[in-house]
Ligand binder design. Structure first.
Ligand SMILES: *[C@@H]1O[C@H](CO)[C@@H](O)[C@H](O)[C@H]1NC(C)=O
Ligand SMILES: *[C@@H]1O[C@H](CO)[C@@H](O)[C@H](O)[C@H]1NC(C)=O
Ligand SMILES: *[C@@H]1O[C@H](CO)[C@@H](O)[C@H](O)[C@H]1NC(C)=O
Length: 315
């Protein structure tokens, strides 16, 4: 008797659900490969930071970036006292050459910049027509204040439900950058180890983002978490996000058409100082004024660096 489903179709049906959350490695960026995968952006900081972003040759000559084996270091200068009327502290901003839509990115980070006045960020955005192409801030914070906040910024018409399946705590629900001075829709993570000195003391950890046409999820695992998925820990060629558990932050499509609000994104990693956010909240947690601290105390920025073990992107 003839079956009404062909064997090939039956296989498709069985494989369907698993395929949905399974991704294949497309970029494996380790050590020196960061130089090939990213451009250095010696630009003005749109958020008015006390920073001077340098180009690649300056960064390498001054050892502000350094690559060897499975290590890529990216830091601010910690030797120079600054002229108050001159440029800000030398630092680095890198942007991926490749752009991504549906993808998973796993950042294995051993150390992130710490210190009063620091404002580091690992994020993705569209270079055209911000904020209408969206922005996803995966790691972002200021002045060592924990925990990490994961935040989306969009054009009008993208909001998040109050109750959703995530371990973090949502803050503002409207992602529209025009609301409350570009606050965005944020989620505060549920662990102090997700940011700053506590993150570093634990040996860092992994941040992962999954973006599809219908949701954005971010996970964080501290270095010694029992729950780090094996495919993440081992840097496998395939990952299956279905096995990763409840995300730290979840941005569903209930009242936000993700595909419409997010277009092709570059990955950006940068470290600025003071400026619109770190400068405005500075007095609550740090000595002196932010700009004086950055100008006058170079040695306090010795730990203002990223140590990246790898960045793997899956599509
Ligand atoms: C650095 O990152 C922050 C955080 O997302 C961003 O707001 C700021 O514009 C960035 N600065 C530069 C120059 O890219
Ligand atoms: C450059 O930085 C790396 C990483 O921090 C360090 O190991 C190395 O000794 C530095 N090189 C010089 C010449 O300072
Ligand atoms: C949201 O995404 C789900 C799949 O994750 C889909 O079934 C649903 O139709 C989408 N809803 C809207 C309003 O687009």
């Amino acid at each position: 008797m003839k079956s009404c489903i062909s064997p090939a179709l039956a296989v498709l049906f069985l494989a369907g659900p698993a395929l949905a959350a399974s991704y294949q490695l497309s970029d494996s960026i380790v050590g020196r490969a960061f130089y090939d995968a990213f451009d250095f952006q010696a630009i003005d900081d749109p958020t008015h930071g006390r920073v001077n972003y340098v180009d690649r040759s300056t960064a390498q000559n001054r050892n502000l970036t350094y690559a060897a084996g499975d290590t890529f270091i990216m830091r601010a200068d910690f030797t120079k006292t600054l002229d108050p009327d001159g440029p800000g502290r030398d630092s680095v901003r890198i942007r991926s050459k490749n752009v991504y839509t549906t993808h998973v990115a796993v950042f294995d980070v051993r150390h992130m910049p710490q210190g009063c006045g620091t404002w580091p960020a690992v994020w993705t955005t569209s270079e055209v027509g911000w904020p209408n192409g969206g922005e996803v801030d995966i790691v972002e914070g200021v002045n060592d204040l924990t925990p990490n906040s994961v935040t989306l910024h969009t054009g009008p018409g993208c909001t998040m439900p109050a109750w959703r399946r995530e371990t973090g705590t949502s803050t503002q629900l409207d992602c529209n950058a025009a609301v409350n001075g570009n606050t965005g829709c944020g989620v505060k993570l549920n662990t102090e180890q997700s940011y700053g000195p506590r993150f570093n003391a634990a040996g860092g950890g992994w941040y992962a983002v999954e973006r599809t046409p219908t949701f954005i999820k971010v996970w964080f695992w501290s270095r010694n978490d029992w729950s780090v998925p094996a495919d993440v820990r081992n840097g496998n060629d395939n990952v299956n996000t279905d096995s990763w558990g409840i995300p730290s932050a979840f941005f569903p499509n209930d009242s936000c058409d993700i595909e419409q609000h997010f277009n092709e994104h570059n990955i950006i990693i940068n470290l600025t100082f003071c400026g619109d956010w770190a400068g405005s909240v500075y007095p609550s947690s740090c000595p002196s004024t932010c700009v004086d601290q950055v100008n006058n105390n170079p040695a306090d920025f010795e730990n203002a660096y990223f140590d990246l073990a790898s960045l793997r992107v899956y599509e």
